[in-house]
Write a protein of this length. Structure first.
Length: 334
């Protein structure tokens, strides 16, 4: 993916000065180190963007390295927006009924998930008691702060307003979880400042159903860390799968962390068939953040073209290799 991203940037006059860091499962198994402090400080102080490949390895069943690196960077850099665009690049990638696979116009699947990224159930707060006894209990706390909830809702409205969107959907489960009611309150409060944008609320279970039934009607979804995690995989499923789903961890005005929604896909290791498109589209989000919107658009257009023409990797129904798809993307950059 990286040569494709670099080439798109270069055609727009931006040369990426890239540096590869070794932090991975291999590195962790070899050294016991996940993300050392000096590496964190380097990422915090010296770079304009972080492109993360993918994490997860069966040799680290507890996923410690992924938690420290990915969640660690999200929390410690306070990247409170997990921005997950969900766009159908071609009707053939949708698993929905053929008559619903609309292509283009107002009926296309094209929504963005604003996933809260610094609190919720992801903080690891809680306790375990009486492990191994019949009274064993595990309590996982979900944190919803006024500051945390307000800033992600604000980000969703601001983005919607800046991109000509007309509706924001907020999703929670406040009918069962009373501590989530702050989401509804702040959604109204902040939404009042955006009179041109319609607001709607969906409980997350109902939203999951509606996203399958009528995904075309959604524009911007704002939700908790955990629900955003789940809904963004659902969203990826609507547009071709994890091989094509991009994401960005952002804090406006600061360098972002850009990572495809997918993990490392251990069954594909060494086969040369992983789809580079998710990372290429993630690179587009990075270029946009770096002020190179034209380069970002080029990457998206290239993906759109190659999705239509092939070659495609097996996850998208093709027989192409990673290298063949990357080459096709390079050739499709105009
Ligand atoms: C994601 C992933 C991560 C998450 C995992 C790897 C901790 O599923 O980025 O969506 O849950 O946030
Ligand atoms: Mn996920």
């Amino acid at each position: 993916a990286l040569p494709v991203i670099e080439a798109a940037a270069r055609t727009e006059g931006l040369t990426l000065d890239t540096e590869r860091l070794p932090y991975s499962a291999d590195h962790y198994l070899r050294t016991g180190e996940t993300l050392p402090d000096e590496a964190f400080e380097h990422l915090r102080d010296d770079v304009d963007g972080i492109l993360l490949g993918a994490l997860g390895d069966p040799r680290v069943p507890g996923n410690e390295h992924a938690r420290d690196i990915l969640l660690g960077l999200r929390f410690r850099l306070d990247l409170y927006i997990n921005f997950r665009p969900t766009r159908l690049f071609h009707p053939k990638l949708s698993p929905l009924r053929a008559d619903r696979r609309a292509d283009g116009g107002s009926t296309a699947i094209d929504f963005v998930i604003f996933r809260e990224n610094t609190e919720g159930q992801y903080l690891g707060k809680g306790r375990s008691e009486s492990i191994g006894t019949p009274d064993e209990v595990h309590v996982s706390e979900e944190v919803n702060t006024r500051k945390g909830v307000a800033r992600i809702i604000e980000a969703a409205f601001a983005w919607a307003a800046a991109h000509g969107k007309t509706r924001v959907t907020m999703s929670d489960k406040s009918n069962a979880i009373q501590f989530q009611r702050i989401w509804g309150r702040l959604f109204q409060e902040i939404g009042d400042r955006y009179p041109d944008i319609q607001r709607e609320h969906r409980y997350v279970d109902a939203l999951a159903l509606e996203l399958v039934r009528e995904p075309e009607r959604f524009q911007v979804i704002v939700t908790t860390n955990l629900y955003g995690d789940i809904l963004s995989d659902l969203g990826a499923g609507l547009i071709g799968g994890l091989g094509i789903a991009a994401s960005a961890n952002l804090h406006p005005g600061r360098p972002g962390l850009f990572e495809p929604v997918h993990g490392s896909a251990p069954p594909l290791v060494g086969k040369g068939v992983a789809n580079p498109m998710a990372t290429v589209l993630t690179g587009a989000l990075m270029l946009e953040q770096l002020g190179c919107a034209a380069g970002a658009m080029k990457l998206e257009r290239a993906v759109e073209r190659v999705v239509a023409s092939g070659p495609l990797t097996p996850d998208l129904g093709g027989q192409g290799s990673t290298a063949e798809v990357a080459r096709a993307l390079l050739d499709a950059l105009d």
